[in-house]
Ligand binder design. Structure first.
Ligand code: ADP
Ligand code: MG
Length: 696
């Protein structure tokens, strides 16, 4: 058993270590940067760098790296040694403030959406002191932002930090209306990560899993998740060993892994951390994902983070629990007195407005080839964004909108009396798992993100859209005081809720009726990535990002290009793998099996001509027909795949992949899957779902 308090954060240069190791003055200055966002000067950086290096070397580190998040979505690192050879043939270990603050990775191979071509070929990384440095595999990792020399963001972190600044500014204006002092406002995130674990042995036998992260073929297992026995079930020993090692490693890295359990699908699991500020939470989530992938191999397992590794089995998401905090106050907590209640209602109205106004943009942030299999597939929220408030809050909102008396606990609150809003039970039972954006007592849970995603985009949009609503409120209220302010604020809340009530939906998000109802309400329903991405470059989105200095138009356009390209590349790889598997595995195997039956018929006939071989002949006819159908599906797929390769415009190519190629891929799969249950296991070229998902 590990000694948790002892290992927790032991590999992190956190505030506790900073306090121990930095001169008082340096510590103070660094805290100002950390908590108040003050810029850091080189002198301070030099002192910090020295202390960091000494600490890292004591912990066995030999290298350092600027750890960053290029637009690939995953993290990048290039290790540089501390080693500094001296003229006398010896070496010392050195690390300067300059090396801490700024790095220069050779960035030419990271996606930039044309930014580097237009501007400067090289990019640089800049230290983000608001996320702690840590040691991983003898390397001191320094979280950094990644920009071009002209300042264009080339990464996921920079816009997120900019959006956090925007919300800090605008929320402070709102808090000032309530007479509150200036304080650091930040968004908080708790990312619940779902994943699959399967055995390495089966994984290695499937080219599709290895190259695309998901199975492109495979008949449903005899037993799926219908018995609901896996969810929260006892964790099998191999998996438990993996989870223990994962916890230990994450704790040492200061990642607050808190909850682990089996998920709904067979072989599916979840890890939930304790929330942190959005920037750290996302760094921690990326570290968690990396550790999951790497540590699984110690246990003969492979960790699949793809959104839909197995057709017909629930896919994996990543719930993004999101709130806004000012100091130790959670601004999405209804609070305990009328003043706090009013502030909460203002925040709520601003969230409702933000989500309604930017629903399409928010949906865009969770669009990916993998997540297209989840959203709207009756296991995850639909592709339509809506907000679930829960019965209690919903009736308060309804009463506010209609102007009628609400006769619950919030009754007198309606006329700003002394009573208070009910304290929403954190574990209230009316959870609506079908809602993409659900209020859960003191935070919202955004359930659309896919398991493989970097959550930066989603949070950048949430924060920026929220900053916009807050700004509008502050613009309307500044200058008003006391009762006048309260009255105006209350009226503002009411009007905002009236204007945006279409986004509130408490029913079953999986139902077909909701799709129709949502269409009547004018809510967007972009079903796949190709359809969802264009919203990113709409004038409305660009205006939002520019207004808050989160992304310039050039940056938006380059990111849109990167997303399109990534989508096209992924589908292209899937089509290639599919074709290869069809040609080299399935078609030959099916054909060989047909020949085997034919031989069998011949040998039975020659042994005993009087015997009937009708059964074998019928079977052979079915297999041969299936073989022909598979070949025809292969030809159709190949022809379309090659035709799309000639489309130059990335959006057009994406459209063709989504609307023309994917249906052909599905058709080819259907032919193969239908044969899988007719061909003996020994003749089938890849392991079945049965074997892959139900292992011990
Ligand atoms: P639930 O039962 O709603 O899943 P939990 O308390 O288990 O509630 O929280 C789920 C996730 O939400 C956890 O990762 C948790 O840390 C996170 N969370 C809780 N409060 C907040 C908050 N104020 N801001 C962001 N995330 C939060
Ligand atoms: Mg949850």
């Amino acid at each position: 058993m590990s000694n948790v308090p002892e290992i927790y954060g032991s590999m992190v240069f956190n505030e506790h270590i900073m306090k121990q190791r930095l001169p008082k003055n340096t510590y103070k200055q660094l805290m100002k940067t950390l908590h108040e966002g003050e810029p850091l000067d080189l002198e301070v950086a030099n002192v910090v760098a020295h202390a960091m290096k000494e600490w890292a070397i004591e912990k066995g580190a030999t290298h350092y790296t600027h750890w960053f998040q290029p637009l690939t979505g995953i993290t990048s690192e290039k290790h540089d040694g501390f080693v500094d050879p001296q003229p006398d043939g010896t070496a010392i270990m050195s690390f300067s403030g300059k090396e801490l603050i700024q790095g220069e990775p050779d960035a030419s191979s990271f996606p930039s959406g044309g930014l580097r071509a237009t501007f400067e070929a090289r990019g640089y990384t800049a230290w983000d002191p608001t996320s702690y440095a840590f040691i991983k595999d003898e390397v001191l990792c320094i979280p950094t932002a990644f920009c071009s020399y002209t300042g264009e963001a080339l990464d996921e972190k920079t816009p997120l930090l900019r959006s956090m600044k925007a919300i800090d500014e605008q929320a402070n204006r709102v808090l000032a209306c309530f007479g509150e002092p200036h304080q650091r406002v930040t968004t908080t995130v708790g990312a619940e990560q779902e994943y699959f674990l399967i055995s390495e042995e089966q994984y290695e036998k499937r080219t599709d899993l290895i190259l695309t992260g998901r199975t492109l073929f495979g008949y449903s297992p005899c037993k799926g998740q219908e018995l609901e026995e896996h969810y929260f079930g006892a964790i099998r020993p191999t998996v438990n060993e993996f989870m223990k090692e994962l916890d230990d490693e994450l704790w040492a890295l200061g990642v607050s892994a808190k909850t682990k359990h089996n998920e709904v699908a067979p072989a599916q699991h979840e890890l939930a951390p304790i929330f942190a500020d959005a920037n750290r939470a996302i760094d921690e989530n990326l570290l968690t994902m990396e550790k999951m992938r790497l540590l699984a191999s110690h246990h003969g397992l492979v960790c699949l983070q793809h959104e839909k590794p197995f057709e017909g089995i629930n896919g994996s998401g990543k719930h993004n629990n999101w709130s806004i905090s000012a100091g130790s106050k959670n601004l999405l907590d209804p609070g305990e007195n009328p003043q706090e209640n009013l502030r909460f209602l203002v925040m709520l109205a601003c969230v409702v407005q933000a989500i309604d106004d930017y629903q399409e943009l928010l949906r865009m942030t969770v669009a990916s080839a993998g997540n297209d299999h989840r959203l709207g597939a009756n296991e995850a929220p639909p592709a339509i964004v809506s907000i679930f408030l829960g019965d209690e809050l919903d009736s308060i909102v309804a009463a506010l909108i209609s102007g009628k008396e609400y006769d619950g606990a919030a009754k007198t609150m309606m006329d700003l009396g002394v009573d208070v809003l009910p304290n929403f039970m954190k574990d209230s039972t009316d959870r609506n798992r079908t809602s993409p954006f659900a209020f859960t007592g003191n935070k919202f849970e955004f359930r659309m993100p896919g398991s493989a995603m970097n959550l930066s985009d989603a949070n950048t949009v949430l924060n920026t859209a929220m900053a916009k609503s807050l700004k509008e409120f502050a613009d309307a209220m500044e200058g008003l005081e006391g009762e006048e302010f309260e009255k105006a604020a209350f009226a503002y809340v009411k009007q905002t809720l009236i204007d945006h009530q279409r986004i509130i939906f408490n029913g079953d998000g999986y139902s077909a009726e909701w799709e129709e109802e949502a269409a009547r309400r004018g809510l967007a329903n972009n079903k796949n990535t190709a359809d969802a991405l264009p919203c990113f470059v709409s004038p409305k989105s660009i205006a939002l990002f520019e207004e808050f200095g989160v992304l310039s138009e050039t940056e938006v356009r380059s990111r849109y290009e990167v997303k399109l390209e990534k989508y096209c590349k992924l589908i292209n790889i899937e089509a290639r793998v599919m074709r290869r598997m069809l040609r080299r595995q399935y078609l030959p195997a099916i054909s060989a099996y047909a020949a085997k039956i034919a031989d069998h018929i011949v040998s039975v006939k020659s042994a005993m001509p009087s015997l009937s071989t009708t059964t074998q002949e019928e079977h052979l006819a079915i297999i041969q027909k299936g073989l022909d159908a598979t070949k025809a599906a292969y030809d159709a797929l190949a022809a379309k795949h090659e035709a799309i390769a000639d489309i130059e415009d990335a959006q057009e190519a994406a459209n063709a992949y989504a609307h023309e190629l994917i249906p052909l891929m599905e058709a080819a799969r259907a032919e193969v899957d239908a044969l899988e249950i007719l061909v003996p296991t020994a003749e089938w070229p890849v392991p079945s779902y049965n074997k892959t998902l139900f292992y011990v």
